[in-house]
Design a protein around this ligand. Sequence first.
Ligand code: ZN
Length: 284
Amino acid sequence: MNEFNLETYKKRIFKTISKYKLVEPKDKIFIGLSGGKDSGCALFFISQYLKTYKVDAEIFAFHIKLGDFIPEKVIETVKKQTEICEIELKIYDIKNYGIDYEKISKLTRPLCSSCGTIKRYLMNKISREEGATKLCTGHHGDDFIVFFMKNIIGKNIDWITKFTPYLEGKGKQLTRIRPLFFGSGEENKNFLNSIGFPYISEDICPHSLLKQKFDKRREKWYRVINQISEWQPNFKIYFLEGIIEIAKNLKEQKEPFECEVCGEPTNKRICGFCKLIKTQKDAQ
Ligand SMILES: [Zn+2]
């Protein structure tokens, strides 16, 4: 494993932000914070970038509260993260959008995937309704390499067009920016530890057995790409640059449909979120 260097990492992330024009003057950049290291790191770098280069853009941070089981220290951590970056924080509770987490957790469909559907849906909807020009996420390079391989295996080639640091919005789907595209989870952790930036490191999911199974599989994928990195210099960077090239050369994705129930963007007739609401109701 290469030794971690704070400045080199910052330079790499700043280079991604400038090369792919992730931030521009007059932008209203929304970022969803979970309290974890990756979204915290994305917030830190974007806000530092705006300050360093005096970009006339704004950042708005929000947290999607999944339920009352979420420990108070998650909210406290998210608050601290935004205070350090001098950014305002808003909290949205999924209860106000018709979701009952307890009910969702008892459904037969996999909970981790329901949770992902809820967060993706609300992050786009909330940000768009609040006037965002871009939605920033904490996805990092290891995520994209694994997504890429999984999509090759699943033959979902069209999805690969989404794996870029800057993904142009279509219809009601906001433009998404990923400043950590050339970063990794491990480097995010090292970076935040070195500067003493707070984040939640432990598992806060009440269904952690389920989540652990999901995480363990992901860890196995990460392990493989880290093993290759040990003998192939710059493996991840070159692989990610390759993914960007493939994404550029693939046919562009069509504009999404609008969900027949809620009007939010989807690639089906009815979006995943509305299907989840219906399953929750039917189960009562
Ligand atoms: Zn819908």
